[in-house]
Design a protein around this ligand. Structure first.
Ligand code: ADP
Ligand code: MG
Length: 317
């Protein structure tokens, strides 16, 4: 009889990524490998490159018949731009690979290109290649985006310390109502931030605030956080969705994915400066990093309750 597999706990997306990561040695040109919003590649000191890739699938990240290929193409580039923003980098060049349904392949491919090109021009991204395939399956689009690091050095998910203050760049929740198709990558906002304050850690909110803040805390050595209930910016869409399901607006704001706002942490003095205002950015101070692991919510009366992440996981059954 064969033994059961010993690599059992691969239930979730992040456990699987950890499994791959633990078996992947860091190569000589890799400053930062698997586990952040972008990898950092260094072949020449002082000339570091960012690389990120994201794949979008019909029926999961967009619905081709409902949204059209233009929106799908735009979103495919936007989500990658968001990962470059999360490192405070500058996007440079992209490749676009597609698996096209054989029916209407040409129209779909042209639509993707028309949706994506204006965004590429806006962010000075050169389209430098890709791959075109046809099949009987649904549309899949994969974009790989290259960027450069800021002179201050890329901001990673690691680097938060107890006492640091947590900010987000915009209201959260309910993006499924339609906002998720038109994310506004926070590339310029990240640049403005890094030029004004020292950001200790940053991530873009793609899987939900609790889940993504969790990645910062984990990568920063197993820290925790307290979020202030009254400070969580709840998007109007979260309130609208809440009317249609049994979940509260707060639950949507904390756990919904695909907001593509930035979540970042700064030291206490820097936080004071940000709270004084950084025109024209609207920043929301949502809580603080603590040494005790886990994410808690602080109510107005001072009561503290644990929160369990229900953020998006691609491999959750
Ligand atoms: P994001 O939401 O920022 O795009 P993900 O949660 O998709 O990040 O991925 C987290 C990290 O795991 C990233 O560094 C990503 O490059 C890496 N990663 C994801 N899937 C794989 C894979 N199949 N093989 C290697 N690395 C992966
Ligand atoms: Mg990301």
């Amino acid at each position: 009889m064969t033994n059961p597999p010993t690599n059992a706990p691969l239930a979730g997306e992040f456990a699987l990524i950890d499994w791959i990561r633990s078996r992947t040695p860091t190569g000589p040109n890799t400053l930062l490998g698997i586990g952040d919003d972008c990898a950092i590649i260094r072949t020449t000191p002082g000339d570091d490159w960012l690389v990120t890739t994201d794949m979008l699938m019909d029926g999961r990240h967009f619905v081709l018949d409902r949204d059209g290929p233009e929106a799908a193409g735009r979103k495919a580039l936007a989500v990658n731009l968001s990962d470059i923003a999360a490192m405070a980098g500058t996007p440079v060049a992209a490749t676009v690979s597609v698996a096209l349904p054989k029916t209407q392949a040409r129209e779909i491919a042209q639509g993707i290109h028309e949706g994506l090109s204006p965004l590429a021009r806006r962010f000075n991204v050169d389209l430098v290649g890709g791959d075109t395939n046809g099949w009987d399956g649904p549309l899949v689009i994969s974009v790989t985006l290259f960027g450069t690091c800021p002179p201050q050095g890329a901001v990673t998910r690691a680097g938060a310390r107890p006492g640091d203050q947590i900010f987000v760049t915009g209201p959260l929740g309910g993006s499924l109502l339609g906002r998720h198709l038109h994310p506004e990558p926070r590339v310029l906002e990240a640049k403005a931030l890094i030029e004004s304050v020292s950001i200790r850690a940053m991530i873009d909110v793609s899987d939900g605030l609790v889940s993504d803040l969790g990645h910062i805390l984990e990568e920063s050595g197993g820290l925790g956080a307290a979020l202030d209930l009254s400070h969580i910016p709840i998007h109007e869409d979260a309130r609208l969705m809440s009317q249609a399901d049994q979940r509260s607006p707060l639950d949507h704001a904390l756990n919904d994915g695909e907001d593509f706002e930035l979540c970042f942490v700064v030291g206490p003095e820097e936080a004071m400066r940000l709270k004084a205002g950084l025109h024209p950015l609207v920043l929301h101070h949502v809580g603080e990093v603590q040494s005790e692991a886990g994410i808690r919510i602080r109510l107005a009366d001072g009561t503290v309750r644990p929160i369990v992440s229900q953020g998006f996981d691609h491999l959750r059954p």
